[in-house]
Design a protein around this ligand. Structure first.
Ligand code: GLY
Length: 407
């Protein structure tokens, strides 16, 4: 067991590192989790009220001028706010929140037909996937099936992967770009394969995960962001970044997507190769010399100005949710370490340094996300995917770590 003093926001915490929720002198994590969920609920209700009269729009981020930036349903993040509402319904059983979740999911439904990029998985499974899990609405089941069919059209057997972007003028510098983020979309395929008895979708998802395992990783198990494949040979033609610091760097959200994706693929398939890959990614992250003690990574582990670089709350939230799940699958020693880091991340994200005060932050839940630093887009702002994976992690913590039914 190791013990480490860390600063998060204004609070001094003690990370015991052995997977215990509360170290000596710490506020009980149970109360912190319930408080964060209360804030998430109040912020989300206020956000929904703001957009009720603006049909067809979803929240995206907050402009530097403090004005809400919305997106149309075809933006890749459109499913996250409906997903947050579904998680909050799960937590509260409040049917008024379920009605909002339904209304905001409906705004995204048209995206089930998307075949022009891979993000249909994020858009439909975070919204309708959670909605079906909680309501068993047969219409939702069909929406998910249609979306999975749409995504599957982007698979090329020669490459053995689902194409992420394009073809389009802005992506044609790559023959066949596949980004590590794409691992997340496989959950849509795995769920549909099981639900509808469609083993071809399971084979497709596994093939994508295996191809990514072969070509996206460096020897230390850090991951490239973009691998583009030669469409004739099916072999990589370029390995690059798009949103990270450099082609060879460890872009934080990319590591988070990979960690979450391989953890999810182990859950869905039981293939230990995926478990070992997730463990390798987790170990690299949590023992990395640039991983801050409060658990929220810099936007890129290799950003040149560390420690004066921005943190990315979205990467922290995705890692946190993934580590909570991985801690249940791995050996007890690793599990305790992963859970300890996830608990630290929950405490940090739920501290005033990241968690919005009620009615502030444009009614988003978390502050300090980094979308696309090299493109100078959505830098140090709220991001709906930070909110979604944070709320997911809070719900997971309550469900799995024995804090339920004690609000
Ligand atoms: N999937 C896009 C991103 O992580 O920014």
């Amino acid at each position: 067991m190791r013990s480490l003093m860390i600063m998060t926001g204004c609070a001094m915490l003690l990370w015991t590192g052995d997977g215990r929720a509360d170290g000596p002198g710490e506020a009980p994590l149970r109360g912190i989790v319930n408080h964060a969920l209360d804030v998430a609920r109040m912020q989300s209700l206020a956000m929904a009220a703001t957009l009720n009269s603006r049909p067809g729009l979803l929240p995206r981020t907050l402009g530097k001028d403090g004005v809400l930036v919305t997106c149309a349903p075809d933006w890749w993040t459109s499913g996250f706010v409906p997903g947050v509402l579904w998680y909050l319904y799960e937590d509260t059983k409040d049917t008024a929140i379920a009605s909002l979740a339904r209304a905001f999911s409906a705004r995204v439904e048209s995206q089930k037909y998307v075949t022009g990029h891979h993000d249909v998985g994020f858009m439909i499974f975070c919204s309708f996937g959670n909605g079906y899990r909680l309501t068993h609405d047969p219409a939702y089941r069909e929406v998910i099936r249609t979306a999975a069919t749409s995504l599957s059209t982007r698979f090329d057997p020669r490459v053995g992967a689902i194409r992420s972007w394009g073809p389009s003028p802005s992506t044609n510098k790559w023959q066949y770009p596949v980004i590590i983020d794409n691992m997340m979309n496989l959950e849509l395929l795995e769920w549909t394969a099981k639900e509808f008895g469609l083993p071809a979708l399971d084979r497709l998802a596994r093939t994508h995960a295996n191809t990514t395992m072969r070509h996206h990783f460096r020897a230390d198990l850090s991951t490239y962001h973009v691998v583009s494949y030669d469409t004739l040979t099916g072999l990589p033609e370029q390995k690059q970044t798009h949103q990270g610091y450099s082609d060879g760097s460890m872009w934080a959200r990319g590591q988070a997507w990979g960690l979450y994706g391989y953890t999810m693929m182990f859950r869905e398939t039981g293939d230990t190769a995926y478990l070992h890959r997730a463990e390798g990614m987790a170990d690299l992250i949590i023992h990395h010399p640039h991983f801050p003690a409060d658990g929220i990574p810099y936007w890129d582990f290799d950003a040149p100005g560390i420690p004066d670089e921005l943190r990315d709350a979205s990467a922290g939230a995705i890692m946190c949710s993934a580590l909570l799940e991985l801690s249940r699958f791995t050996d007890p020693q690793r599990g305790a370490a992963y859970r300890g880091v996830a608990e630290t991340q929950l405490r940090t994200l739920a501290s005033p340094a990241y968690l919005a005060g009620e009615g502030t932050n444009g009614n988003f839940i978390l502050r300090h996300g980094v979308g696309h630093k090299p493109g100078n887009s959505e830098v140090d702002v709220p991001l709906t995917y930070a909110d979604y994976y944070f709320v997911e992690a809070l719900i997971r913590y309550k469900a799995w770590m024995g804090t339920g039914a004690q609000r």
